[in-house]
Design a protein around this ligand. Structure first.
Ligand code: ADP
Ligand code: MG
Length: 463
């Protein structure tokens, strides 16, 4: 290893992690246990930081760095520390450093265990300037001009990152519903490989599915007394096409990556276990325990093998992009909180479908909650948002089954219902920890689920 990287202290790294937007351990007590540097060039390197939490678990985070002999005004916001008279910055903010990374792909650089891989023969514009994506993100994405986007994984683990593996399979199969994979960066670490970043097609003309959906609910709420199918911003056509696209992605994943089976009893067992640990994290869920357990127990009556395959694993409207010609899906990393080994496991595609159905609830509620809570307007807004949710959930499901070429079997109904409940329980724990203001969204949904209202809504005719 070259001597170039400057040595930063655990305290300096701790301080930077605590204020980094992407740091997944925010709010938890942690210490920097150890860290090491992987050099890229004279002045750019990657710091891998092992963090250990008060609870005993550990995570590794990636920090691409760049050092300058004198402070760079344009990077003032990304300054980490001064070390030995040099200014060290978080490199994703720096055009010069990101150009080094892009060149690494073009030259398929390998050095000191670090490897830049290309998929196929993408045309890379090496002169393109980089821009850091400013949205809410657990990783850091940087766009190069209008052609490609680099996603630097912040939390890294030894093993194959599903984003790399799945995108490679879908890119090779020419799936039109993803941003094609151009390449990835890995680090060889003894017998292990750690995936550090991916480079993929940048969907320049896209709008985030979540934003399109929110705008549609807001349009509806702004229209005095029209129904969702009567307003200009109706989303049902989009929801239907999105359902078809998700199904096509699933079918391609199954073709390219194989299929397995599981059985109702083991699904029931794991959902029941998750329910109990969720109740420990959020005691308010206990109110619904009996009905939810009953629902999960019904899975044991499924007699045929349940087909599983690789799935997205963390599917919601925020992972979709509405492009001019098609819906695109991004972020195949799986549920971020799960260990890597779990995220690689095959699961039922109905888990993804349930994730999207839940997301329609979130979009509806997020928009309706913005309405001034005083007076009648808010009640009206909630009622109409619920109409929007039901209509779009049904349209999405109709699109999915249309691409599938058949309706759901009765036991698939049971399965989908259980996955939707399982997801909602997960959300309640997630919101408790991260966004207490939104906790009422999954809790209200759990109330509907336990009174049997969900089934009715999901299978409503989109009209
Ligand atoms: N290839 C792409 N082209 C255009 N925008 C993208 C692309 N990939 C991601 N985005 C945008 O960046 C956001 C975050 O990307 P994502 O891959 O979901 O990152 P994270 O893993 O941090 O959640 C997405 O919600 C989307 O709006
Ligand atoms: Mg994402």
């Amino acid at each position: 290893m070259s001597a170039t990287p400057l040595h930063m202290s655990p305290e300096q790294l701790h301080d930077y992690l605590s204020r980094a937007r992407w740091f997944g351990g925010k709010g938890r007590e942690f210490e920097v246990k150890e860290h090491r540097s992987v050099p890229l060039t004279e002045s750019t390197w990657i710091e891998l930081i092992e963090v250990s939490y008060a609870t005993g678990d550990q995570e590794c985070f990636q920090l691409p760095l760049v050092a300058y002999d004198w402070p760079q005004d344009r990077l003032a916001h990304a300054l980490i520390e001064f070390v030995d008279g040099q200014a060290i910055y978080d490199a994703v903010h720096d055009r010069e450093a990101m150009a080094v990374w892009l060149k690494g792909f073009a030259q398929q650089t390998t050095s000191g265990g670090l490897e830049f891989h290309l998929v196929g023969d993408p045309e890379l514009d090496l002169s393109a300037h980089s821009t850091l994506f400013q949205g809410e993100q657990s990783n850091s994405s940087v766009t190069f001009g209008e052609s490609s986007q680099l996603k630097v994984f912040r939390k890294v683990t030894p093993g194959v990152n599903p984003d790399v593996e799945i995108l490679e399979a879908l890119t090779t199969a020419d799936c039109p519903h993803i941003a094609a994979l151009y390449g990835w960066v890995s680090l060889r670490d003894g017998d292990d490989t750690i995936h550090l970043a991916i480079l993929q097609e940048f969907i320049r003309t896209a709008t985030e599915g979540w934003q399109v959906a929110l705008a549609s609910v807001r349009d509806l709420l702004a229209e005095g007394d029209l129904h969702p199918d009567e307003v200009g911003g109706d989303f049902a056509g989009e929801a239907h096409r999105l359902g078809m696209s998700i199904c096509e992605i699933h079918l391609t994943m199954r073709n390219e990556m194989g299929e397995w089976t599981t059985d109702g009893t083991s699904l029931a067992t794991s959902m029941l276990a998750r329910l109990d640990s969720a109740i420990t994290a959020q005691p308010l869920i206990a109110e619904f325990r009996d009905q939810l357990s009953e629902m999960f127990n019904r899975l044991q009556d499924i007699e045929e093998p349940i087909v599983t395959q690789r799935i997205h694993g963390d599917l919601h409207l925020g992972q979709t992009l509405r492009d001019t010609m098609a819906w695109k899906v991004v972020d195949f990393e799986g549920e971020p909180a799960k260990p890597l080994a779990h995220r690689q496991l095959p699961d039922s595609p109905w888990r993804d479908v349930a994730g999207m159905l839940r997301s329609f609830d979130y979009a509806a509620r997020a928009a309706a909650d913005d309405v001034d809570p005083m007076g009648n307007a808010a009640t009206q807004a909630q009622y109409r948002a619920a109409e929007w949710r039901a209509r779009n959930q049904a349209a999405f499901l109709a699109g999915y089954t249309e691409a599938l070429g058949r309706e759901l079997t009765p036991w698939e109904d049971t399965l989908l219902e259980a996955y939707a409940a399982d997801k909602t329980i997960y959300e309640a724990v997630y919101e408790t920890r991260n966004r207490p203001d939104w906790l009422h969204i999954p809790l209200d949904a759990l109330r509907r689920i336990s009174t049997g209202q969900i089934r009715e809504q999901h299978f409503d005719n989109p009209g």
